[in-house]
Design a protein around this ligand. Structure first.
Ligand code: C2E
Ligand code: CA
Ligand code: CA
Length: 526
């Protein structure tokens, strides 16, 4: 009887722990057995002719019954335990232990299933990646353990925002991904803004408030990819793109797809592109504050892949530098620019063009004779060309850079320091370089109106440049207010989307026609 009660107790305990109906199902069997035996014993005791043998047989049956029930209980418990362990193992394999959210594998399976179901369901979905910015710094400052606490708090807040039917996963260390079904029915931009404003809430660690910021990338199925990996990758591309342009979020654009190829693939593709020089030059207008009717462009290389995608220079120029293809690319950019200047000159248009050089180019003694040949072959005035060299590349080998640049400058071209402010360069080295112009990096210009630090940097750079007899260009000017402010503090040239975006050749010609027409109208009115 004791064994029976203990089997009964343990099965009830087991049921309480995992609440599975199959565990519960053998409780009625046991109760039925006990009740049946009690009824049988009562029946026997009422039979006057029941013999001791019959009672012994009944007791033996009862013992056998208890034994069977015990075995049944033990087997059932073990089976339940095995099932429970399997369930936990499956859960651990598909869930992240820190936040309890589905992990990347589960996410990919779920997206894969939705992609398969699309044939019948026709359900579109959006993948939204939320990446916590600078999380490595947080781990370094607060330790990984505290970083985990912050991550758990962040995920709790995210879970609070996300409705239950939306699949939310922790797709990697500091990254969360959600699957939003039927995105055509909602305003995605507004939805992301509401997530970000909900997450814009200080978290607490060691009684300190910590503000975690995040960047969001979105890709849509079926518009942006045909399988789970592809859509996820493209949401990542959008997220990286948003980071690159310092935007809070971005929706995938095919033009940004160079991130979709890894470096090795790009290097192999670049090798072929260089053989056939499969590139295009785009031209971005630059406003000359002191002479608004003159025309200046920056030539920016583009690598179209032929399927509507184009690889960004930031993605392939570093590869070209590693594989030494940069020399051929720079020669192509220079020749295409000079040849275009010759075409425009025939139309009596003589713009200034700025061309970017890379670090390798300014260590190359053959650059000066190459330029000299180009100028005489196309009969172009070298003063129409400005070469831009980034501050960082100039500082890699300042002595060599200085000797190459001095020779080039003797040809009559102007020299400009690009991305100024990002390279921690020494002022004494800079002041010895034969430069005519300083381009203040976009990162200082963009938030000038809101950051007093950046405003101080820009003002002192203008002062420094003017005292070195250099012009100052502000790049990345996206609004009129910013442009006007930069003019008021002494910038000589303004470049950015406000004045004009980079344009292909046909668009540049149209822009030139329109601008020259306006200029000639203004001239005839005066
Ligand atoms: P960069 O020399 O600083 O060129 C300016 C970049 O800023 C261009 O990007 C341009 O499209 C972008 N930009 C211009 N105005 C704005 C604005 O108002 N807002 C924002 N958000 N962006 C603006 P792009 O064309 O992608 O070029 C990126 C970099 O690639 C260039 O930076 C330059 O370092 C390099 N690059 C481009 N063409 C060449 C080339 O022919 N040769 C070499 N060596 N490097 C090149
Ligand atoms: Ca540049
Ligand atoms: Ca720049």
């Amino acid at each position: 009887m004791l064994a029976l009660i203990s089997a009964l107790k343990s099965s009830i305990a087991l049921y309480r722990r995992d609440r599975r109906p199959s565990t519960f199902s053998f409780i009625p069997v046991m109760l039925g057995f006990v009740l049946g035996y009690v009824i049988f014993a009562a029946f026997l005791s009422r039979q006057p002719e029941a013999t001791t043998i019959e009672f012994i047989v009944a007791a033996v049956f009862f013992g056998g019954g208890i034994f069977c029930v015990m075995i049944f209980g033990v087997v059932s418990q073990s089976m339940e335990r095995i099932a429970f362990a399997e369930f936990q193992q499956r859960h651990n394999e598909s869930h992240d232990p820190l936040t309890g959210l589905p992990n990347r594998r589960f996410l990919l399976n779920t997206i894969g299933q939705q992609v398969i179901d699309y044939n019948t369901s026709q359900q579109h979905f959006a993948l939204i990646i939320i990446d916590i910015n600078n999380f490595n710094n947080i781990n370094e400052v607060f330790s990984h353990q505290k970083g985990d606490v912050l991550l758990a708090q962040f995920s709790t807040r995210l879970k609070e925002f996300v409705e239950d039917e939306i699949f939310l996963a922790r797709s990697s260390g500091n990254r969360f991904t959600m699957i939003l079904n039927d995105p055509e029915n909602i305003n995605i931009a507004q939805y992301i803004e509401s997530i970000q404003s909900y997450l814009d809430h200080p978290l607490t660690i060691n009684d300190h408030d910590v503000n975690l910021t995040n960047t969001v990338g979105v890709a849509l199925f079926p518009e942006h990819g045909s399988n789970a990996e592809e859509v996820l990758k493209r949401a990542e591309v959008a997220m990286y793109n948003a980071k690159r342009i310092q935007a809070p979020y971005a929706i995938y654009e095919p033009a940004a797809s160079s991130h979709f190829y890894d470096k090795t693939e790009l290097a192999a593709m670049l090798h072929n592109a260089v053989e056939t020089m499969d590139f295009e030059l785009h031209f971005q207008p630059v406003l000359n504050v002191h002479n608004p009717h003159s025309t200046t462009f920056e030539a920016l290389i583009r690598w179209p892949l032929g399927d509507g995608y184009s690889v960004r220079p930031d993605d392939f120029i570093p590869i070209a530098e590693q594989t030494n293809a940069i020399k051929q690319i720079t020669h192509w950019v220079l020749e295409t620019t000079v040849a275009q200047l010759a075409v425009w000159r025939k139309l009596s248009i003589t713009p200034q063009v700025q061309v970017n050089l890379s670090a390798k180019d300014i260590e190359d003694d053959s650059l000066e004779p190459y330029l000299s040949k180009l100028f005489s072959r196309y009969a172009i005035n070298p003063a129409q060309l400005t070469l831009e060299i980034t501050e960082t590349s100039m500082m890699q080998n300042p002595a060599k850079a200085r000797s190459v640049l001095e020779k080039i400058k003797k040809l009559g071209v102007s020299l400009s320091i690009d991305d100024f402010g990002t390279g921690f360069s020494s002022l004494s080295i800079l002041s010895n370089m034969p430069i005519d112009e300083i381009k203040i990096d976009r990162s200082f210009v963009t938030d000038l109106l809101y950051s007093s630090n950046h405003e101080a940097i820009v003002r002192s750079t203008i002062y420094l440049a003017h005292s070195l007899d250099c012009r100052v260009v502000a790049e990345g000017v996206e609004t009129e207010a910013l442009g006007q402010y930069l003019v008021s503090i002494g910038c000589d040239k303004i470049q950015g989307y406000w004045y004009g975006r980079p344009m292909n050749l046909a668009q540049t010609d149209a822009w030139l026609n329109e601008t020259l027409l306006v200029n000639s109208r203004v001239a005839s009115q005066n």
